[in-house]
Design a protein around this ligand. Structure first.
Ligand code: SF4
Length: 246
């Protein structure tokens, strides 16, 4: 199937009723989305999220068990020889920058925050390698604090196709999503848009016929199959079968 492509400004903005329907359908498909990055606490989540840039969660999940077994605390990771950390995170790509970032962030957490990941956006943004996406993942997943919406490449693409944002910069897309979604949905809907982009609204060849929100999407290619509930069930099963509990 061809790629869903319209000039961004030409994708009409959905009205409040359509946005509510998008929330209803995606919530039915994935009632309780979970982060696909393996982690055991806020610090391991933060490190895994930094490593996930330009990589896949699956790859990161093969690296972090080794990383955290060798260096199980922020203090230990901060003090590790840089070359050894680089070797462990190598396969996630951009390994020099990532090793520097996770060690820098771990050092700051150890020295400035008593070894505890802060729960405030402004403090998180002072950590090396941490921008709003990583901070929103940590706040939303580890603490259930809705300070914003996680915007990665999948959320950016699905938001643009749905007309939720015409922006091309992550912080502007986040701003638009925060304005269109109720705050209590910021965490979970960000996650659902990410999963939709990962499994249905693919960059190349979006599976519009199986998309539970086909009727709400001005970028759709072709008509939907079956009822939206059937498509939502299909999407939910896809998410579950690829390691995402619901
Ligand atoms: S119908 Fe669904 S899969 Fe197709 S472009 Fe829209 S959001 Fe993406």
């Amino acid at each position: 199937m061809a790629q869903a492509k319209k000039p961004l400004a030409a994708v009409p903005k959905p009205g409040p009723g359509q946005v509510a329907e998008i929330v209803t359908r995606l919530s039915a498909a994935v009632p309780a989305p979970k982060c696909e990055l393996d982690h055991r606490d806020p610090w391991t989540l933060l490190v895994a999220t930094i490593l996930s840039a330009q990589s896949t969660d699956r790859t990161v999940n093969t690296v972090t068990p080794v990383l955290f077994e060798k260096w199980p605390t922020p203090q230990a990771l901060a003090a590790a020889p840089r070359e050894e950390v680089e070797a462990v995170v190598h396969r996630t790509g951009f390994f020099r920058n990532k090793a520097k970032a996770i060690q820098g962030a771990s050092l700051a957490i150890h020295e400035q925050f008593g070894g505890v990941v802060p729960r405030e956006m402004q403090k998180l943004l002072t950590l090396p390698g941490v921008a709003r996406k990583t901070a929103n993942v940590v706040l939303g997943v580890a603490f259930r604090i809705a300070e914003g919406v996680v915007v990665d490449t999948h959320v950016m693409r699905t938001s643009q196709r749905l007309g939720l944002s015409a922006a091309t910069q992550a912080d502007k897309v986040e701003h638009d999503l925060c304005g269109m979604l109720p705050r209590e949905q910021w965490i979970d809907m960000g996650h659902r848009l990410l999963l939709l982009g990962r499994y249905v609204c693919l960059a190349k060849g979006p599976e519009c016929e199986n998309c539970p929100i086909n009727e709400q999407c001005a970028s759709r290619i072709g008509p939907p199959l079956g009822t939206w509930q059937q498509r939502a069930e299909h999407f939910g099963k896809l998410v579950e079968s690829r390691g995402q509990a619901s």
